[in-house]
Design a protein around this ligand. Structure first.
Ligand SMILES: Cc1cc2nc3c(=O)[nH]c(=O)nc-3n(C[C@H](O)[C@H](O)[C@H](O)COP(=O)(O)O)c2cc1C
Length: 205
């Protein structure tokens, strides 16, 4: 953690976070990256499936290649770390037993996993992949706030060619890539929030 900074509360992190596209040329300590991903891993998902997976790219050459795959977006080359968030629903389904809560008696756990596996496997592959992508965006939200709370800026991105990103990182064809996230110490302020007021996006009944 950036030791000179106090950890922010969720509210403080949400208020402070902005997309940052210029970064200081300072690596992010491995323990900070691990802690950001640990907090991210606490995100909830339907049936606790946790289909999200991450590749943390710090190597400069790989970041340059990712930058090309992201249509030259400068933050991909400038940030000391780029976290590639992908969803591997096939791996998640194959290993469902891992995510069945240990509070279930041991003898019931295979049946719990199989129940979900059987019903979910009936969906078309495209729908399964989209489901995993949707769940992974919950993790993206956690990641952005976790990074901010530990003093790091982020830039989430959808502007990239997923096939190229998969090729660069050697990821399997069937995975989806919901986002790239540039992460590091900010070297600009970013834009102040410009958001709908609550009255525009919510009704209370
Ligand atoms: C899923 C997602 C994809 C995004 N893709 C890009 C992108 O490819 N390039 C970029 O510069 N900003 C991208 N953004 C940043 C948004 O434009 C930004 O979050 C929004 O304008 C609000 O600004 P703020 O993040 O500074 O509050 C993306 C944001 C999200 C959440």
């Amino acid at each position: 953690m950036q030791t000179d900074l106090t950890t922010l509360t969720v509210t403080e992190a949400a208020e402070a976070r902005r997309s940052i596209r210029s970064y200081k040329d300072r690596p992010v300590p491995a323990e900070d990256l691990r802690e950001i991903l640990r907090i991210t891993s606490l995100a909830p998902s339907a049936f606790n499936v946790q289909p999200w997976r991450f590749v943390v790219v710090q190597d400069a050459d790989t970041r340059e290649r990712l930058k090309e795959a992201a249509f030259g977006q400068k933050q991909v080359g400038a940030a000391p770390a780029v976290i590639v968030l992908y969803s591997d629903i096939r791996d998640a389904l194959d290993t469902l037993e891992e995510v069945v809560h240990p509070n279930y008696p041991a003898e019931e756990r295979p049946a719990v996993a199989n129940g979900f596996r059987t019903s979910f496997s009936a969906k078309p592959a495209v729908e399964q992949a989209a489901w995993g992508t949707g769940q992974s965006y919950i993790a993206l939200g956690y990641l952005l706030l976790a990074a901010q709370s530990l003093g790091y800026a982020t830039s989430p991105m959808l502007g990239f060619d997923p096939a190229k990103v998969k090729e660069i990182l050697g990821l399997p064809e069937h995975v989806t890539v919901p986002a790239l996230v540039a992460l590091g110490e900010a070297d600009e302020e970013g834009f102040p929030h410009h958001r709908h007021p609550v009255e525009r996006i919510a009704t209370f009944r």
